[in-house]
Design a protein around this ligand. Structure first.
Ligand SMILES: NC(=O)c1ccc[n+]([C@@H]2O[C@H](COP(=O)([O-])OP(=O)(O)OC[C@H]3O[C@@H](n4cnc5c(N)ncnc54)[C@H](OP(=O)(O)O)[C@@H]3O)[C@@H](O)[C@H]2O)c1
Length: 251
């Protein structure tokens, strides 16, 4: 791997926003660790797309709900790259649409492990290395749901993403003395496999009606905002979360 290029780890880069972000960071000259979990083909495709565009990447598997797996993930990336400059905490999911009175403890814990604990685990493991280097950038992918309470059956996911928004601010303060910036993006309705799995046509139509621009966004339109937060153009930004929602929710 080229030693002089910045090194990035993108979690959940086997599809959707993570895959587009991995590609965008590679286009901007970074060597990228493409993390995946179940979708090995997707991970390989992202790596191939980066290589086809002349970039450098490797695929690496881990369940980000498990701290030991995340430690192994970051150690694996470091053994290949030697350094780590950028972490994109993107892996996450709604898991399922479950109304409040049907919610179980098991479902609650799964949603929080996947969307919140993963950010804690990944940032701690990668942050230790960045602190040693005295520089680093972290971008957390939260959700508009974290601000408005979520759509149908998404209350638990919304609460988890709300926790990510708060984590972004707390981590920004705690890690600034180590030269690490921590920011986030709040995607609104973005066309990815997420909605293919969890949103039917009628629900999609209703959501799009609430968007000022009257269309859903794309993974690429989210990835370029993440790449901006990573770039030196954002070097005085920390603790900030940018809304990427086409005017669905403003304030
Ligand atoms: N699409 C939207 O409208 C929208 C809106 C707001 C926020 N978001 C957030 O944006 C992020 C990316 O979502 P997306 O829309 O791009 O959805 P996606 O295409 O379904 O991607 C989700 C990614 O998360 C990974 N993942 C899921 N469970 C995992 C686990 N236990 N361990 C490790 N990785 C796991 C998946 O990996 P494998 O498939 O390889 O298992 C996949 O790469 C998520 O945090 C999501 O909550 C999306």
């Amino acid at each position: 791997m080229s030693s002089n290029k910045p090194k990035a780890l993108v979690t959940g880069a086997s599809s959707g926003i993570g895959a587009a972000t991995a590609l965008e960071l590679a286009r901007r000259g970074m060597v990228v660790a493409v993390h995946y979990f179940n979708n090995e083909d997707g991970g390989r495709q992202t790596v191939q797309a980066i290589r086809d565009a002349g970039g450098e990447a490797l695929a690496i598997k881990a369940d980000v709900r498990q701290q030991a797996e995340v430690e192994r993930l970051v150690a694996g990336v470091l053994s290949e790259f030697g350094t780590l400059d950028v972490l994109i905490n993107n892996a996450g999911s709604l898991v399922g649409r479950v109304p409040f009175f049907a919610m179980t403890d098991e479902y609650w814990n799964e949603v929080f492990q996947l969307n919140v604990s993963s950010v804690f685990y990944c940032t701690q493991a990668a942050g230790r290395q960045m602190a040693k280097q005295k520089s680093g950038v972290v971008v957390n992918v939260s959700s508009v749901a974290g601000r408005h309470g979520g759509g149908p059956g998404a209350i638990c996911y919304a609460a988890a993403k709300g926790a990510v928004l708060t984590l972004t601010k707390g981590l920004a303060k705690e890690l600034a003395p180590y030269g690490i910036r921590v920011n986030g993006v709040n995607p609104g309705v973005i066309l990815t496999p997420f909605h293919e799995r969890f949103t039917n046509e009628e629900q999609m139509k209703r959501m799009v009606d609430t968007i000022a621009m009257k269309r859903a966004g794309t993974a690429e339109e989210t990835a370029t905002v993440i790449a901006f937060l990573v770039s030196s153009d954002a070097k005085y930004l920390t603790g900030e979360t940018i809304e990427v929602n086409g005017g669905q929710l403003m304030d």
